[in-house]
Write a protein that binds this ligand. Structure first.
Ligand code: SF4
Ligand code: SF4
Length: 379
């Protein structure tokens, strides 16, 4: 069993992306004292293997000194939990000193870029691309593994071929995010990708992945395919996430996930109180997410994909209903579309025999890949 802690040292961020829902001006920085409380809390909270992801806002704003103290605290005091570490950053503030430190702790980095410079900077702000690429070069010089999240919006979806080519030409790993409505924005839907467009995009990427599997890694397609074959979700969106994922804000507040950080109504407790799992289960946000789970059991019970979809992401569902459990993840239409596509193609391959003897994905020629090749691919 693995549980996931998302550590948010600050909600502040130097960039100003058009569709951002997770940053806050003038946000505090987590102090090392608060971080020590986090580690103390985790020491006895659960016995399971833990993954700690530093997320934001922009987590590098916490600075080198913070990480120099924080990283050994995790690896020494949480040794019994076999911690793995990860970092999600726009890379702007990455220095050689930091990159060296992250490399010593073998920390994989997730960053964000939306495609070619003009398109990226239109969505994420002028100068974003150059600053991220500068940090990317520093990361590469220290042998850090970097993958990129590409946010597809109602605007960039019109340039999906250019975006894919950009990732192919630059040899970048791609994880896509559909732009979400924000619970915080006054104009929450401006960039939002419709579920239909998202479904179509996923099918397009599946086709492209089968053609280019030896050149690119598209994490969503890997995860969706593996979820279908294993009959259970392989990313948080497609499992019951409550209880296995927590986020901790700059002041030590505990939330169900990083997406809720900074919203007081989603605080479940605080690390300074060292709450047990039972304590957190008494909180209103926990009960709300439990209610979502029960809603999914009822509403999705006839859906063929319920075992490996689980109603999608509760944040996405709650974001559009003002925190009332009244529907599943609005991307349901997209999920159904891609799950059906994968299932139908896999069945066809099985019946024709073409999926039974897949070659090595690394050496297969273009156009010869099958759904089974994706399933068997290392990720
Ligand atoms: S709320 Fe959504 S993003 Fe957060 S852990 Fe759950 S499924 Fe993942
Ligand atoms: S695809 Fe839609 S109906 Fe099926 S489990 Fe997911 S959210 Fe529910």
């Amino acid at each position: 069993m693995v549980f996931h802690i998302m550590l948010i040292p600050t909600l502040g961020c130097p960039s100003n992306c058009g569709y951002c829902w997770s940053s806050e001006e003038n946000s505090d920085l987590m102090t090392i004292d608060t971080f020590q409380e986090v580690v103390k809390w985790l020491e006895n909270f659960r016995d399971d293997t833990v993954t700690v992801t530093f997320h934001g806002g922009e987590p590098l704003l916490a600075g080198f000194d913070f990480y120099q103290k924080a990283l050994p605290l995790i690896t020494n005091r949480l040794k019994h939990l076999k911690p793995s570490l990860a970092l999600q950053t726009n890379l702007w503030n990455l220095t050689d000193e930091m990159a060296q430190l992250f490399s010593e702790y073998n920390i994989p980095i997730g960053s964000s870029i939306d495609g070619p410079e003009v398109l990226n900077d239109y969505q994420r702000g002028k100068g974003y691309y150059g600053k991220t690429m500068k940090g990317y070069k520093i990361a590469l010089a220290h042998d850090l593994k970097v993958s990129f999240i590409c946010t597809f919006t109602s605007h960039s979806i019109n340039y999906k071929e250019d975006i894919l080519n950009f990732f192919l030409e630059n040899g970048l790993t791609l994880k896509l995010h559909p732009s979400l409505p924000s619970m915080r924005d006054e104009n929450p839907d401006k960039w939002t990708l419709s579920p239909e467009a998202y479904g179509k995009l996923l099918v397009y990427l599946l086709d492209q992945y089968l053609d280019h599997m030896d050149e690119i890694e598209i994490m969503n397609i890997d995860n969706l395919t593996k979820s279908v074959f294993r009959r259970r979700g392989t990313v948080c969106t497609f499992v019951d996430c409550m209880g296995d994922t927590f986020a901790i804000g700059p002041d030590g507040s505990i939330y169900p996930c990083y997406r809720f950080v900074g919203m007081p109504e989603y605080i479940m407790g605080n690390v300074y109180d060292q709450p047990s799992m039972e304590d957190l289960a008494q909180s209103t946000p926990w009960k709300l997410l439990e209610e979502f789970k029960e809603y999914v059991d009822h509403e999705c019970k006839k859906c063929t994909y319920i075992k490996f979809c689980r109603g999608g992401c509760p944040y996405n569902a709650l974001a559009i209903t003002d925190a009332r459990v009244e529907g599943v993840d609005p991307h349901c239409t997209a999920y159904k579309r891609i799950f059906k596509e994968i299932t139908d193609r896999a069945t066809k391959e099985m019946l024709s025999g073409s999926g039974m003897v897949p070659g090595d994905p690394k050496t297969q020629k273009r156009g010869k890949n099958t759904i089974m090749s994706i399933m068997l691919k290392d990720s």
